[in-house]
Design a protein around this ligand. Sequence first.
Ligand code: NAP
Length: 205
Amino acid sequence: MKRYGIMGGTFDPIHYGHLVIANEVLSDFNLDKIFFVPTGIPPHKTSEGMTNPYHRYMMTQFATMTHPSFDVCDYEIAKDTVSYTIDTIEYFHNLYPDSKLYFITGTDAVLELPTWKDTEGMLAICTFIAVNRPGYVKENLEEKINQIAIQYHGEIYSIDAPQLKISSTDIRNRIAENRPIKYLLPETVEQYILKNKLYIRRCHD
Ligand code: NAP
């Protein structure tokens, strides 16, 4: 049975933190492939201020193109309706009905799973992997994650990301403040940002 990862996030912009996490999960969970899925219209927050989905998709393409087991999926950004993760998971489930699916994203998002659309439906066909970023501290984290898994009859893993303290917010702020971003993200993405003048007018988040 093939094992596929679905790496969901805004990727505004994608950086080495995301790539190292994906590579770790690929190896630790023995996955055949990871699909990066940039968020389309998010259900839980305003997309105002978010970079145009096309740019986020292109940056994700450039960042992942040299990895043979990384791919990018435009399913969410191609939609002009709100992107619910249940639809994305069902899309992959229909595409690969005999595979095991893993949805990988930040722990803070996974803790909100009970508020998402069709939590039980998602957990019935997909295992979740909650990635704890360096410095992310939450009281009784394991217990909270286990409670969600039990309540919705699913499987959720909680893993610690490698100690790479890089965040998209920090990168956006650095660009706005004219500080360096080199070595925080792939050079192709840095060049794409410069060429398209992304993030230069944005103030602090
Ligand atoms: P986000 O704003 O991109 O990320 C939130 C936090 O998690 C940030 O610290 C981010 O770091 C980190 N992160 C993002 N993607 C990650 C990944 N793949 N692995 C590890 N860490 C990651 O994303 P979000 O708005 O929380 O949404 C995350 C995912 O959950 C998206 O796919 C979204 O569509 C889904 N979601 C679905 C529903 C629903 O269906 N109702 C509701 C909420 C969220 P950086 O800032 O450095 O990226």
